[in-house]
Design a protein around this ligand. Structure first.
Ligand SMILES: [Zn+2]
Length: 76
């Protein structure tokens, strides 16, 4: 079940310059590095990390809270 309406996913897509989450996912579905976003509620730090990243350390706020857009969407 994909979750294209996740607020962090919408934020990530917008940060990367996409109006539609689906377009963002289509462009990055096969990437070797993909945009990730910090899922802490008051932090929107983004970085390019592994496609299956679900616990990367956030350089802005500290915890292992970086998740890739593909993970957040449920694609992987
Ligand atoms: Zn953060």
């Amino acid at each position: 079940m994909f979750n294209l309406a996740h607020p962090k996913l919408v934020t990530l897509a917008e940060t990367e310059g996409y109006a539609e989450v689906a377009d963002f996912l289509e462009d990055h579905a096969l990437g070797s590095v993909v945009p990730t976003v910090c899922v802490v509620s008051d932090c929107d730090h983004t970085a390019d990390l592994e496609p299956d990243q679900r616990a990367g350390f956030c350089e802005a706020c500290g915890p292992a809270s970086m998740k890739s857009g593909l993970v957040i969407s449920g694609m992987i």
